[in-house]
Design a protein around this ligand. Structure first.
Ligand SMILES: Cc1cc2nc3c(=O)[nH]c(=O)nc-3n(C[C@H](O)[C@H](O)[C@H](O)COP(=O)(O)OP(=O)(O)OC[C@H]3O[C@@H](n4cnc5c(N)ncnc54)[C@H](O)[C@@H]3O)c2cc1C
Length: 237
């Protein structure tokens, strides 16, 4: 088990009606060394006592200040830790341990990739994409992001910048679109087949709640014949 490190909350802001973005910094000022896609355990004092929960790092490794990193937390109805986190403001002190996890592109950086995420499942995908975009242009990268309404689109300006740059083929699908939305609608699993139909076949990175992850994996394996070694996933529940 890795050692716990104190961190300070530098800034917190609502990214959507249910998601809070957190900007944190290791108080010792030493870099947080991690691979894009990994997560940390966040230790939080809640009304029910000390608890820890896993959160994917939403920013790329090695930023200007490598002790700094971002998380984004969905407020879960009745959830002990996520509701506590949503009350925290700048200056709050917490602890992390990690990084942890194997949901990374370290072994497949030179391969085309399709990223599929819903809600805060976008966090590790954002880290991987920010990381890739700091490198010279490489293999094709596609993002399929699903959420309920336009208000739930996380980091919308950044997604639009990626799309405009031509470096990432960005697709957003809304499960409860409001009138006037002209983009994709419905669940991510109904759009996956179209977006992965490229040659050579891409690696697929899927992140979010288990039901979505299982359904996308089923489509890829059973309907499209993807090898499980090219399907990488992280489940939040
Ligand atoms: C590897 C990993 C990475 C994770 N990264 C993130 C992240 O970047 N952002 C994030 O918001 N969460 C993330 N989670 C989920 C997080 O660890 C907590 O489970 C979540 O914050 C709920 O904790 P809680 O104490 O509020 O709820 P609890 O009281 O522990 O549980 C409430 C219920 O909510 C379910 N649940 C968990 N996550 C969600 C969700 N997003 N939406 C709806 N229901 C949920 C749980 O299965 C449980 O049944 C991650 C989980 C794992 C395993």
């Amino acid at each position: 088990m890795s050692a716990r490190r104190p961190v300070e909350l530098l800034a917190a802001q609502d990214l959507s009606p249910s998601v809070r973005g957190l900007e944190l910094r290791c108080i010792d000022g030493e870099p947080l060394l991690f691979d894009a896609g990994q997560w940390v355990d966040l230790h939080v004092e809640t009304p029910g006592g000390a608890e820890k929960r896993a959160y994917s790092i939403a920013s790329a490794p090695g930023m200007d200040d490598p002790a700094r990193f971002e998380l984004a937390v969905t407020r879960v109805d009745g959830g002990l830790v996520s509701n506590t986190i949503h009350t925290l403001g700048p200056g709050a002190r917490l602890e992390i341990d990690g990084p942890h996890g194997f949901f990374t592109r370290e072994a497949t950086r030179d391969e085309p990739a399709v990223f599929v995420g819903t809600g805060t499942g976008l966090c590790p995908l954002r880290s991987m994409l920010q990381d890739a975009l700091r490198q010279p242009p490489g293999p094709p990268l596609t993002l399929l992001f699903g959420c309920r309404t336009q208000a739930d689109i996380l980091w919308r300006d950044e997604l639009e910048d990626w799309s405009r740059s031509g470096r990432v083929d960005v697709h957003v699908t809304l499960s409860r679109p409001e009138a006037g939305w002209v983009g994709r609608t419905g669940y991510v699993q109904t759009h996956v087949a179209e977006l992965v139909a490229t040659a050579p076949r891409p690696h697929i990175y899927i992140c979010g709640l288990s039901r979505m992850v299982s359904e996308v994996r089923r489509v890829l394996k059973q309907e499209l014949g993807f090898d499980r070694r090219s399907i990488h996933s992280e489940r939040y529940d």
